[in-house]
Design a protein around this ligand. Structure first.
Ligand code: BEZ
Ligand code: MG
Length: 594
């Protein structure tokens, strides 16, 4: 028997465990969520901004106050020249949802955590409900007389108990473990109670009608942002698709890729997905945008129908006799046809992934090992792993030349963010593929990089951020935020490892895109290494990860991702030496290299 504990929000990898080894999954909760809030210098700016708001427009206090705000903002690496814009940025930071440490298997959520979760759940739906109201709701002092309050009351009841240990014991006893579809607690509270055998969504129904409608809106958002930044519509968008995210959202990202191309899914008379069809140009109202799709290995395994559908959409668009200025897919396919002397079926290949049985771009492994010197090595690794084109027959074929041509046409790269608890600096799979392809695009375009965007789908109706904005936001709301730090450090060894993962992944974004501000490294250094108390705390909990953090910051400086002054560099070096001395005390000789 293979009994496998799995996060309730990860049905896609979970399904692989079932396929490969007939696993029985026992689901567990993801960490409780809370608002980032503001801290230290950020709270100071907010106080000044509040005063500024309360000041009469013509008041003689105003210029002095604006000067103070500019200085306070600068001290926090923010632009304070436009106070309204600064206020909006502060609000975004304050409201950002972040995970609170880790979930402990079998533990029910505390009242404090439940209040936070309920507030987060309302916020994810675009409703702000204050914590006092939620506390009253929990204690039965207000009646849940609206649909939202009723849902929150149910969520509270479901979070007050935890059945995970029961589920595990049932499985170990060889008894039946009840099934449930996996999903995200903010979106699908019916994943509760956890401790059940999770499975995925019916792949024949994906993308759903809802996902197609939403996908059209999200595709427009990315086009609007790209147009705003570049002054013209992108001809090609490189998009990364994951299995988990598509299962969770009924195929929202697949639907976005289809919408960009001006295509939609075709269903048979049993309402099962059967392929793609084009939306007429008159109805689309804009050119068909070319999409260079990269599938995760997990997507490729779980969603073969959708893989073929995307390939068919690209083929149909390539064959459509439409003006080239209204059909960038055909425009590019005709040019590949000429360049490579191939047929249209080959020239229209746009869906790339790994070879069968292979996963990941391996760019994350290179970044973690630090074993690269030229950024082109990252591009090489990416193209080698992800250079397999999947056509309408769903079969992979390595197409290095065609991929290189397609990369040249890319105007921006893009991936959605679907899980609050997994930011682009939390796990290294975003940098692996989205970062990897960005590096490959830069090389293909002779050193000219393309903007990278993140479509944050975790709150309200969604928001597009540049990669630089997203890294800055996650750094402020997580890596540097005392609320996040203390929640992680409650879990000692593993908490420090999470911090190290965030630092390493951040350097990965520098390596692949160069879009990380240097203040990010300066502040991380100050927070974890130059602060003597913090340095000792983390070194005690997990000396190896603590040493890795310090070494990584030095590596980042050596690679010119930031330029610390001599004093900072010396302090980093001294801190590394101190931690490594300590490490020699705890580890047998020779184990350091691991
Ligand atoms: C996926 O579901 O496609 C996926 C899961 C984990 C890491 C990367 C991708
Ligand atoms: Mg892994």
């Amino acid at each position: 028997p293979n009994i496998y504990l799995y996060a309730a929000n990860n049905p896609s990898e979970g399904v692989l465990a079932k396929r490969r080894s007939g696993a029985t999954l026992v689901s567990y909760l993801t960490p409780a969520l809370t608002n980032s809030g503001l801290y230290k210098g950020l709270s100071d700016i907010k106080a000044s901004v509040d005063r500024w708001r309360a000041t009469e427009p013509g008041s003689s206090d105003l210029p002095g106050l604006e000067e103070i705000i500019r200085e306070q903002a600068e001290a926090m690496d923010l632009d304070g020249s436009d106070v309204s814009k600064l206020a909006a940025k502060l609000y975004e930071i304050e409201q950002e949802l972040i995970p609170q440490g880790l979930h402990v298997f079998g533990d029910a959520e505390s009242e404090e955590a439940r209040i936070d979760m309920l507030a987060a759940s309302a916020q994810a739906r675009g409703e702000i409900i204050d914590r006092d109201t939620i506390a009253k709701l929990i204690h039965g002092r207000i009646v849940p007389n609206t649909p939202v309050l009723r849902e929150l009351a149910n969520l509270n009841a479901a979070l007050s108990v935890n059945h995970e240990m029961n589920g595990l014991i049932r499985a170990l006893d060889g008894r039946y473990v009840p099934p449930v579809a996996g999903g995200d607690i903010l979106r699908d509270p019916e994943i509760l109670p956890t401790g059940r055998n999770i499975h995925g969504f019916d792949p024949f129904r994906l993308p759903s009608a809802f996902a197609c409608k939403d996908g059209t809106a999200q595709a427009q958002r990315i086009l609007d942002r790209a147009l705003e930044d570049a002054g013209k519509l992108p001809e090609t968008v490189a998009m990364v698709l994951w299995g988990t995210d598509n299962l969770k959202s009924e195929g929202a990202q697949v639907a976005q890729a289809m919408a960009l191309m001006g295509a939609k899914p075709r269903f048979d008379s049993y309402n099962r997905l059967a392929g793609a069809e084009l939306i007429p140009l008159e109805q689309l109202g804009r050119p068909r945008v070319d999409v260079l799709v990269t599938l995760s290995g997990v997507f490729r395994d779980l969603l073969p129908l959708q893989t073929k559908m995307l390939a068919e959409a690209a083929l149909l668009a390539s064959e459509a006799e439409e003006p080239l200025e209204l059909n960038f897919i055909r425009k590019h396919s005709l040019s590949y046809l000429e360049e490579h002397g191939c047929d249209m079926a080959t020239a229209s290949l746009r869906v790339y992934s790994n070879a069968e049985g292979s996963y990941g771009a391996n760019v994350n492994l290179l970044i973690d090992s630090g074993g690269w010197s030229d950024p082109n090595e990252l591009a090489d690794t990416y193209e080698k792993q992800k250079g397999y084109a999947y056509g309408v027959d769903g079969k992979p074929k390595r197409q290095p030349g065609l991929l290189a041509s397609a990369l040249k046409t890319v105007d921006c790269a893009y991936q959605n963010l679907e899980s609050v608890e997994l930011g682009i600096t939390t796990i290294d799979q975003y940098v692996d593929t989205l970062g990897g392809i960005s590096r490959a695009i830069t090389r293909a375009k002779g050193g000219e990089s393309a903007p990278v965007y993140i479509g944050d789908q975790t709150q309200g109706s969604g928001k597009v951020r540049s990669l630089q904005e997203q890294v800055a936001l996650e750094t402020r709301t997580r890596t540097l935020n005392p609320v996040w730090i203390e929640a992680q450090l409650k879990y000692g060894y593993e908490g420090v490892r999470q911090v190290e993962a965030a630092v390493t992944t951040t350097t990965g974004w520098s390596a692949t895109t160069g879009q990380v501000d240097s203040w990010v490294y300066q502040r991380i250094s100050e927070t974890y290494v130059l602060d003597e108390t913090m340095r000792q705390r983390i070194a005690e909990m997990n000396p190896r990860a603590a040493a890795k953090i310090a070494n990584r910051l030095i590596e980042a400086a050596d690679r010119n991702f930031w330029q610390p002054d001599a004093e900072t560099m010396a302090a980093l070096q001294a801190a590394t030496d101190a931690i490594e001395d300590q490490l020699e005390g705890v580890a047998p000789a020779g184990s350091l290299a691991a």
